[in-house]
Write a protein that binds this ligand. Structure first.
Ligand SMILES: C[S@@+](CC[C@H](N)C(=O)[O-])C[C@H]1O[C@@H](n2cnc3c(N)ncnc32)[C@H](O)[C@@H]1O
Length: 279
């Protein structure tokens, strides 16, 4: 989870937890591709109307809150971290939700988990920012990830990014454009502009540290050209490139970028230029 680690109590035994909350965890999700809405509907009920994926769901607070509010939508949380899956499954079971479940998978598995046109929305809440250039491909808003999501979307589907990192959001704007998405909104204060989004665990922790929430909501538009895609991939830089020139303006340093900001501040103090490739 990068700079933020999932804390577990001393007596936390992962395998026990995964077993105890197994009802909310699908360990063979590939078998349901194309059939989620129908297969997960409670016996005797009609299929769910919509399918929403919370990618990198963490401990599941957002997922369960949305599931409570929207009973006709099936909410699927995905996380590559089994501890997060255990916590999210616990919430789903304890709250008795029949329209939410979690999958222990990473984003690369998406084409095997969902059929073409099956997803109505993806939320990416506070993704691991991966600020270093060498890990740019791991960013869940990298152009190649955005291209992976495209075929899975139904007409009019949306992908929403919310993050405490303005550099990540600004980088993502270029990636969405490169992958041929049309932007529905961009916000420097998602809490004010889109208060319908429930608060996540990570959001609460960063809010207490003074963070704002930056966001983008987009929908797939025309297929991008090869040149567009290449331009997106050419932006595989450090997120430090997106920091403001005057670091005094930076009241909150996004988690994971402390080192880069400190390096830049030291260089500025010594009257030297920035070397973003070093961060
Ligand atoms: C900073 S946490 C945020 C969790 C949650 N969305 C929240 O806002 O509290 C980022 C989460 O993304 C997950 N993650 C990172 N890369 C992923 C990937 N490629 N596929 C699935 N999950 C991923 C991590 O395991 C972690 O739980």
């Amino acid at each position: 989870m990068g700079a933020v680690h999932v804390r577990t109590p001393k007596n936390f035994v992962l395998e026990e937890r995964l077993e105890r909350y197994a009802d909310a965890i699908e360990t063979n999700p590939e078998a349901y591709a194309g059939d989620w809405r129908e297969a997960c509907a409670p016996a005797g009920s009609k299929p769910f109307e919509h399918l929403h994926l919370d990618l990198g769901c963490g401990k599941g607070t957002y997922l369960v809150e949305r599931a409570h509010r929207e009973p006709d939508t099936l909410f699927i949380g995905m996380d590559q971290e089994p501890i997060c899956i255990a916590y999210a499954a616990q919430k789903i079971c304890e709250q008795g939700l029949s329209n939410a479940l979690v999958l222990p998978r990473g984003a690369a598995s998406l084409p095997q988990l969902f059929a073409a046109g099956e997803l109505d929305a993806i939320t990416i809440n506070f993704p691991t920012p991966q600020p270093k250039a060498k890990y740019a491909k791991k960013r869940l808003v990298h152009v190649d990830h955005l291209m992976l999501y495209r075929p899975l979307f139904s007409a009019g589907a949306t992908v929403t990014l919310r993050t405490d990192s303005k550099p990540l959001r600004d980088y993502a704007l270029g990636q969405f454009a490169a992958a041929g998405y049309d932007t529905l909104w961009v916000s420097d204060d998602v809490r004010r502009d889109h208060p319908e989004h429930p608060e996540t665990e990570y959001e609460r922790r960063t809010r207490e540290m003074g963070a704002a929430v930056y966001g983008i909501c987009a929908t797939p538009g025309a297929q991008p050209s090869d040149e567009q895609l290449a331009a997106g991939r050419a932006q595989e830089q450090s997120l430090a490139c997106y920091l403001p020139d005057n670091l005094d303006e930076l009241a909150y340093v996004p988690l994971g970028m402390e080192e880069a900001v400190e390096n830049f501040r030291n260089r500025a103090r010594k009257g030297k230029k920035r070397l973003p490739q070093e961060s």
